[in-house]
Design a protein around this ligand. Structure first.
Ligand code: ADP
Length: 177
């Protein structure tokens, strides 16, 4: 599914983000930038050790913020590592932190002059964020950002499993009425 908002195309696909050829792919990292399971593990496996080496030098990233490294052996030139919130009960600022993770990644892409980036569904795996609510935050944040910023040409959401893909499509349809 694809929509155009201002100067940008927002695309939803089902797939493996490590194969994306956007300028940057976003990693759902942990605060220590130590690598791990899920999409984080997949990105480090596919991208090779140069990514973890840069992560070690950076040292860490607070929840809701983002840092950038090389893309190593990936097709994407850069990896933007952002840290989504661990979902507790929804009253611990989770929605604001998730929004901030998306927004920090988009801002970093703009600062670096990047035109396209691909996001996984941040926080909805090991971090337990309810998928539908997370999809709404993700899509609203991306749409609002590209409405105000002409530099980004493509924001792609690469959803690994069919359920995530379907929920993101449903939410996008609702958001655009
Ligand atoms: P978090 O710790 O932020 O919840 P996870 O990696 O556990 O991050 O999960 C986030 C989402 O990333 C999940 O929907 C998971 O299915 C998905 N995912 C796992 N591997 C990949 C991949 N290679 N490409 C895209 N998404 C992936």
């Amino acid at each position: 599914m694809e929509i155009t908002v201002n100067k940008a195309v927002i695309t939803l696909v089902q797939g493996d983000i490590t194969r994306e050829a956007t300028d940057a792919v976003v990693n759902a990292a942990n605060a220590r930038l130590a690598g791990g399971g899920g999409v984080d593990g997949a990105i480090h496996r596919a991208g090779g050790p140069a990514i973890l080496e840069e992560c070690r030098k950076i040292g860490g990233c607070p929840t809701g913020q983002a840092v950038i490294t090389t893309g190593g052996n990936l097709k994407a030139k850069y990896v933007i590592h952002t840290v989504g919130p661990i979902y507790r009960d929804g009253s611990k600022g989770e929605a604001d932190l998730l929004k901030s993770a998306y927004l920090s990644s988009l801002r970093l892409a703009s600062e670096k002059g990047l035109k396209s980036l691909a996001f996984p569904s941040i926080s909805t795996g090991a971090y337990g964020y309810p998928l539908r609510e997370a999809a709404q935050v993700a899509l609203e944040t991306a749409i609002d950002y590209v409405k105000d910023h002409d530099d980004i040409e493509q924001v792609k959401f690469v959803l690994f499993d069919e359920r995530s893909f379907n929920v993101f499509c449903d939410e996008l349809k609702q958001l655009i009425g």
